[in-house]
Write a protein that binds this ligand. Structure first.
Ligand code: ARG
Ligand code: ZN
Length: 885
């Protein structure tokens, strides 16, 4: 919390250019914990020595919300004048070159509602140290370029906390008498403080000995609360798959004898890659068919993979400073994306995962990059680093890594990774070091590629084409621009294919290109502001398929005609662009309908049969994966439509999109019903991609049919709700029912009663109601009064509040501004509990300047109401200041 009280006084900004190496390096850290929720005593013994490369001279330690009991240097107690504490910095001047510090501090875990540092969740102790939580546990140079070896002694009451875990290997344990016990852990690897973790808890585990490819045995454990052991199989399986995958794809082996995953119900983010002791939000561990959906299963696989892959990309090689966050996060997201795609195996399955990634970028990253929190993948400054765990650093960062692979090929990418580890294992490095490894391993000049790290915003690539029938040349003229005037051109890989009139993929001969004989996709490298690419021997005017597989995170403009889009929608061999053609067809109609609604014309809304016929043909084409068909039939979200408009009218968008959904539901009723029945998955539930795809398509059909329910479709949904053998189907049916407008309260109540003891399912119960267009702010307030609701648990707060503001735009933007006032009230309330969660929630208002003036004024007033608070955290302050700037 800030201590001064002037509203919106600018908080301290930290700049990347100000980086200096640490004055002292730490060799070893010995930590002793006497764990007590009301008063935990931490003894910390650090051996450190002057850094020959250091430019400063003082010892600087960080500490926050901890009480310093004693500080000794080389055996001697330091008195008040021999060190100084200012804000979070403790400085010791005139220190000798070799130093042993002994620091005793006290913290109060039970009062720590921020969930950063050492805290209590459901009576158990957990830690979260990334990014700057370690300083809330003890004084330390809490920066990622200080890597040290840790030994940890945990002492706690044995009956209350029978399980004592920390990083690395358990080297000793025993009783202390007086009902307490201890465990001593040693991590053989050097690590930065943000990777420290401890758990002291009453938990049980599923464990297994697993044999690595090298023949070495490792112990794998998944720790959960008693009663949840029936929900750990999938996490364990995903862990084993991750270990195998990293060995095979990147030649990276688990370097520890023991690897633990621990689930905790109160957690700010998804999970954390602490060395050997990953701590997870329960949401990304616990699953069985009764409580988890297909999407939950996929999330578990991805996050288990993600945290495991961090062991090399993040832990063995870490970040020099937090500006380099994407060095580990972008790379590790790319790795988990590739893992999930490889686990499906088929090309079409891989394409489905890619389409999902594109949707996330458009839904969340493009808007972020066009709004007040826009920042480069490697930011230049921040106020609060926790605000920069963003879709830009993560997902756009992953796109940047993917572009290396697109440019140098899969084998070249592997060579670059090998060189990266050869050079930097055990080091804290920068994004430039990664780029240099990719360039050097492949003999490529990737200097211009650096701009992907330094320039924010989404580039726009415009394509024009011309065909010369006499010379049989087809030219694609690509140009790039950005909305930042002083930006320089990016190095953009644009994958391209050409379709003949019969839909065939044409073999490509690019002028000056080096592609293989008969290739039907080539990667054009756009490096200048404008370039012409010439294809030879083209016998007919082709339809261009540009930006295949979404080869770069850009907005592509090309004046496609409806006929060309229909052609691509029917025939493109690139599934991502095939899907994209459908999205363009839909978007053109959605924008027209929205404009018509906004203009309040009397003319009835209409949807052309060309579009409906294309949708119908795709729906019933069973040569295509059900998962692909589902994605191709989902209309662009209200949020994505909003991004296309100069002035956003959320109500017109909602009306237009609902009209389109209703029309599809009624015009395609017979086919939707047939596909609903054809894509049932009888028998035992399996989360595999094919089964999940069938359920997704079936449930999308149901949701279309339920836009205007009739006796037949209503009873299908009711029956599915009552009889479903898994959460995916039960959840989908209930959502379809509550969205249909019929009275579904009995089904909602039944759902609640059946799962009242399953926190993650109760989150779903709140979430689905929050996202229903019929739920207004009054209804949300009523749900908040429900005994199961609490603002203190991040998952619960997100399920109701975030889903309302982010997934229910027509109510969030209620004309009277009541939901904006609700937002302001709860940003403030949340901030007093948990600044990280509050700052995320605050960002629901990011795009306020794009709304119609009447709404904008009310949004601004709400922002100013928050800004006027005197006790805001830096987290919220940064978001609000930037929104209003
Ligand atoms: N490194 C973690 C992950 O992406 C995220 C932890 C971030 N936590 C935070 N409070 N900023 O896997
Ligand atoms: Zn990560």
């Amino acid at each position: 919390m800030r201590t001064d009280s002037s509203p919106l006084s600018s908080p301290l900004t930290i700049y990347r250019k100000d980086y200096t190496p640490p004055a002292f390096l730490v060799d070893t850290v010995e930590l002793g914990f006497d764990l007590d929720p009301h008063r935990t005593i931490v003894a910390n013994r650090i051996t450190m020595q002057r850094n020959p490369d250091g430019t400063n001279c003082d010892i600087v330690l960080h500490g926050e919300e901890i009480e310093l009991v004693q500080l000794r240097m080389n055996g001697k107690v330091l008195q008040a004048g021999e060190y100084s504490i200012e804000g979070v910095l403790l400085t010791i001047k005139n220190a000798p070159d070799q130093v042993v510090l002994e620091i005793e501090t006290v913290c109060v875990p039970v009062e720590n509602t921020t969930l950063s540092g050492l805290y209590v969740s459901n009576g158990n102790f957990f830690t979260q140290c990334e990014a700057e939580g370690f300083r809330r546990i003890t004084y330390f140079p809490d920066r990622p370029d200080v890597m040290a070896k840790y030994t940890v002694m945990l002492r706690a009451d044995k009956a209350t906390y029978p399980v004592l875990l920390s990083n690395g290997n358990l080297i000793e344990e025993g009783d202390l008498g007086d009902g307490r016990h201890y465990a001593k852990w040693e991590d053989p690897f050097k690590k930065p403080s943000y990777l420290f973790a401890l758990v002291a808890a009453k938990l049980v585990c599923q464990e297994e000995t697993y044999t690595l490819n090298s023949g070495r045995d490792v112990l794998l454990q998944v720790w959960v609360e008693d009663g949840n052991l029936d929900k750990t199989d999938y996490a364990m399986q995903s862990l084993k798959n991750s270990i195998r995958w990293d060995e095979e794809r990147f030649g990276l082996e688990l370097d520890l004898d023991r690897f633990m995953i621990v689930a905790v119900g109160d957690f700010n983010m998804g999970a954390m890659e602490n060395k050997g002791l990953n701590i997870f939000n329960t949401k990304f561990v616990l699953a069985n068919p009764r409580v988890a959906t297909d999407i939950d299963y996929a999330g578990i696989e991805a996050v288990v993979g993600h945290e495991y892959f961090h062991n090399w990309t993040g832990n063995r090689v870490t970040c020099r400073d937090w500006f380099q966050l994407s060095l580990k996060e972008g790379l590790t997201v790319f790795r988990d994306q590739e893992f999930s795609a490889d686990m499906i195996g088929s090309d079409s399955g891989r394409a489905v995962t890619r389409i999902d990634q594109v949707r996330t970028l458009r839904q969340a990253q493009f808007p972020e990059d066009a709004g007040p929190m826009s920042h480069p993948v490697r930011p230049d400054s921040f106020v609060e680093i926790n605000n920069f765990y963003t879709v830009t650093v993560y997902e756009k960062g992953a796109e940047v890594v993917r572009m290396y692979q697109t440019l140098v090929g899969r084998d070249g990418f592997r060579k670059g990774m090998d060189l990266y580890f050869e050079r930097h294992d055990g080091q804290a490095v920068t994004c430039d070091d990664f780029r240099a490894a990719m360039a050097d391993a492949n003999g490529r000049d990737l200097r211009q590629f650096e701009r992907w790290y330094s320039q924010a915003g989404t580039p726009v690539v415009t394509a024009r084409t011309r065909y010369d029938a006499v010379k049989r040349n087809f030219d694609i003229i690509l140009s790039q621009r950005s909305n930042h005037p002083d930006q320089l051109p990016f190095h953009i890989p644009v994958a391209v294919g050409l379709l003949g009139e019969d839909g065939r993929a044409l073999p490509l001969t690019l002028d000056g290109g080096t592609q293989e004989q008969g290739a039907t996709t080539v990667v054009l490298e756009l490096t200048e502001q404008e370039q012409i690419f010439r294809f030879r021997n083209i016998d007919e005017r082709p339809t261009p398929s540009i930006l295949r597989d979404f080869s770069a995170p850009v907005i592509l403009e090309y004046d496609y005609t409806d006929d060309e889009l229909l052609h691509l929608f029917r025939h493109d061999s690139d599934p991502v662009n095939r899907w994209e053609a459908g999205q363009r067809l839909a978007m053109a109609r959605l924008l027209k309908l929205t404009a018509q609604v906004a203009a309040k014309q009397d003319k009835p809304l209409k949807l052309d049969t060309t579009f409906l016929d294309a949708q119908r043909a795709l729906l019933i084409d069973d040569t295509l994966d059900p998962a692909f068909r589902e994605l191709a039939l989902i209309l662009p979200s209200e949020g994505i439509i909003a991004e296309q408009m100069d002035v956003v009218d959320p109500h017109a968008i909602h009306t237009a999109r609902q009209f389109m959904r209703r029309t599809i539901g009624t015009e395609l009723r017979a086919e939707l019903l047939a596909q609903y029945h054809a894509n049932q998955t009888p028998g035992e539930y399996s989360p595999d991609a094919l089964s999940a795809g069938k359920r997704a398509l079936k449930n999308l059909c149901l949701s279309y049919l339920l836009v205007t329910p009739d006796a037949v479709t209503l009873s299908l949904a009711q029956h599915q709700c009552e009889q479903a053998g898994n959460m995916t189907d039960r959840f989908a049916a209930l959502v379809a029912l509550i969205h249909s407008g019929v009275d579904a309260s009995a089904y909602l109540q039944r759902f609640y009663d059946d799962f009242s003891s399953e926190a993650l399912v109760i989150d779903k119960w709140f979430a689905m109601q929050a996202a229903t267009p019929a739920t207004d702010v009054a209804a949300v307030r009523k749900l908040m009064a429900h005994p199961a609701f609490t603002l203190k648990n991040p998952n619960r707060a997100r399920s109701l509040l975030f889903n309302f503001t982010n997934a229910n735009p027509s109510q969030f933007h209620a004309a009277d501004g009541s939901a904006y006032a609700f937002w302001a009230e709860h940003v403030i309330k949340l901030d007093a509990i948990n600044p990280q969660v509050a700052a995320r929630f605050a960002r629901s208002m990011d795009r306020w300047r794009r709304y119609a003036p009447a709404l904008q004024a009310k949004m601004k007033a709400a922002l100013e109401q928050v800004a006027a608070q005197t006790k805001l955290s830096n987290d919220v302050l940064e978001v609000i200041t930037k929104a209003l700037a």
